[in-house]
Design a binder for this molecule. Structure first.
Ligand SMILES: Nc1ncnc2c1ncn2[C@@H]1O[C@H](COP(=O)(O)OP(=O)(O)OP(=O)(O)O)[C@@H](O)[C@H]1O
Ligand SMILES: [Mg+2]
Length: 213
């Protein structure tokens, strides 16, 4: 279980303070699917980065299975992210010198499993290509396959379908649904109104504040 209690994040830029996330309380259980909506600049990415122990809240507490990731060392947090959290961010961050297949294997899975994951997002014919030798949407799908490879207990997806056509977007959503079915908590931030996830819990960010629905 993941809990956020009174989480806020204030950025300081040249003397001014930006309240990006304001006093958010949230409890997430294994298997939960959560959709985070909200206008550009409302705090969605900031919230996801705090959920992923990548960004330290200015105030409030985060606990993951009872543990505060900020009580440990940077090395502990890196280990936690590697073992338990799958990130899908807009810039795919694939390793450019490795093939798509090797990128997914680098997350610690067998060659068979890596091919299976890439096939599930429609990339069976591109496994030997490097990221720069495929399209932006294909890179994005490979990044999703890689994020799922270690079977993370928490999947954070920030606009994972933003650059995709509807068929590819559906493949990505299928993969996220599969992760949920396997017990992962999946949090998806998106503007994409074409995605129908009305059966997921919806949260809306409004100028840093979170409202249910
Ligand atoms: N590193 C940063 N330094 C200063 N301000 C930041 C930083 N990152 C984000 N902000 C500001 O914090 C607020 C929330 O940003 P955030 O990226 O969380 O929004 P978002 O909902 O993800 O927007 P989008 O839909 O455009 O991705 C915005 O006002 C943004 O300008
Ligand atoms: Mg964002």
């Amino acid at each position: 279980m993941i809990t956020l209690q009174g989480i806020s994040k204030t950025y300081r830029v040249r003397g001014s303070r930006i309240s990006a996330v304001h006093h958010v309380d949230l409890e997430l259980q294994p298997g939960d699917g959560v959709l985070v909506r909200g206008a550009s600049g409302s705090g969605k990415s900031t919230l996801l980065h705090m959920l992923g122990a990548m960004l330290r809240p200015t105030s409030g507490t985060v606990t993951m299975d009872g543990v505060d990731p900020w009580a440990g060392s940077p090395r502990d947090r890196a280990a936690l992210r590697r073992s338990s959290i799958g990130f899908v961010f807009q810039a795919g961050h694939l390793l450019p010198w490795l093939s798509l297949q090797a990128n997914v294997e680098a997350a610690g899975v067998s060659s068979t499993r890596a091919t299976e994951l890439l096939t599930s997002v429609g990339l069976a014919h591109r496994v030997d290509h490097r990221p720069l030798d495929v399209s932006g949407g294909e890179q994005q799908r490979a990044a999703v396959a890689r994020a799922m490879a270690a079977s993370p207990s928490l999947v954070l997806a920030d606009e994972p379908t933003g650059t995709l056509d509807s068929t590819s977007a559906a493949a990505v959503i299928d993969l996220l649904e599969q992760a949920r079915a396997n017990g992962a908590t999946v949090v998806l931030a998106t503007h994409d109104s074409a995605i129908d996830l009305s059966h997921w819990r919806t949260l809306t960010m409004d100028d840093g504040r979170m409202v249910e629905g």
